[in-house]
Design a protein around this ligand. Structure first.
Ligand code: FE2
Length: 335
């Protein structure tokens, strides 16, 4: 994908200096960290170019002009540690002592008006998580493996789901070609008849929880019955996994087949994240995938590391889940 904006090195350095001024710890006290970033905004320290870029992203999302955006040459920490893939999260916490990347993602979330979301039962409830190949998930259908991923939304089975996902390229091996695919909900609708859409709006479907969720909370089995199509063009769907509930009418299976055909036919955007790329896209108003197009060095490819955030559409969407906040931290929900 063509970036919406490429920061010049001078712009990147100017923004990095602002981000480095935030002294709070994003993992130890997220609420204080988030407030410190808000203070930077309130003091007018954010360079004008970046406020304008974020305004363009917000405008595109509001008008439907675009649901997937790339910013290139974004601020990153000077030192990016190589993580031990047996337990990369613990290793990150041990080795990463600067938080430029986290502060950048938080600032982006605030300027675009999308409060962040985290799950208390995964990765210590961290708001900044890692898309990286964890050894024990090798070959499995989870973002935390080195596998390809079929079209899906993140946390499809979960009752609270992010509206947007942002991925920041921390380590992206140049000789391997791993692409993130994105298909918009609007694009899928164009290939579904009115009757098929109506059937997909009924709770004839369910989605089993993914392996990581079941590992973190053994009580989780599946989503319960849910519609696939919600709102105007939100899809709740994990390809090859979401299926019809027992006893669902024949037309439910037919509509599911039509959706699978729509997924093949619809136009897609594909992006290969480079180091310093921010790729931000709709999680519910679209589906995404991971395609390993050309892996020339599997061991090197496994070192790919993206820093990731989940976000609500806006403050009102976050507020609707207010009664779920764990320990009073806005955005942190249980399972
Ligand atoms: Fe995903």
């Amino acid at each position: 994908m063509e970036p919406l904006y490429v920061l010049t090195d001078a712009e990147r350095d100017e923004l990095t200096a602002v981000l480095e001024g935030v002294a709070k710890h994003p993992y130890e006290d997220y609420a204080a960290f988030s407030r410190a970033v808000a203070d930077v905004v309130d003091r007018g320290e954010v360079p004008a170019f970046f406020r304008e870029v974020c305004e363009r992203v917000r405008h595109d999302r509001e008008t439907g002009a675009g649901e997937a955006h790339v910013l290139r040459n974004c601020p990153l920490d000077h030192e990016i540690p190589v993580l031990d893939l047996d337990d990369p999260v613990a290793d990150k916490h041990a080795k990463k002592n600067t938080f430029v990347a986290e502060t950048f993602l938080e600032l982006f979330g605030q300027l675009v008006g999308t409060p962040l979301l985290s799950y208390a039962t995964r990765f210590n409830g961290d708001f900044f998580t890692d898309v990286i190949a964890i050894n024990r998930y090798s070959g499995m259908q989870t973002g935390f493996s080195d596998s390809e991923l079929v079209y899906h939304n993140d946390r499809t089975a979960h009752p609270v789901r992010a509206d947007f996902i942002s991925l920041l390229g921390m380590r992206c091996p140049e000789g391997d070609y791993i692409y993130t695919g994105f298909v918009s909900g609007r694009g899928l609708l164009a290939h579904l008849s009115a009757e098929e859409q109506e059937t997909l709006r009924q709770p004839y479907f369910f989605t089993p929880y993914d392996v990581l969720s079941r590992d973190n909370n053994g009580d989780l089995t599946d989503s319960g019955a849910h519609p696939i199509l919600e709102n105007e063009h939100s899809f709740r769907y994990l390809d090859t996994s979401t299926t019809v509930v027992p006893g669902a009418p024949e037309k439910a299976k037919d509509a599911l087949l039509s959706l699978k055909n729509a997924l093949v036919k619809a136009d897609k955007q594909r992006h290969r994240l480079l180091k310093g790329d921010l790729f931000t896209f709709a999680n519910q108003d679209g589906l995404h995938s991971r395609d390993k197009m050309e892996i020339n060095d599997p061991e090197r490819a496994r070192q790919r590391w993206l820093l990731k955030t989940y976000a609500f559409r806006d403050q009102a969407a976050a507020d609707r889940h207010r009664d779920r906040w764990i320990d009073g931290v806005q955005g942190r929900v249980g399972d």
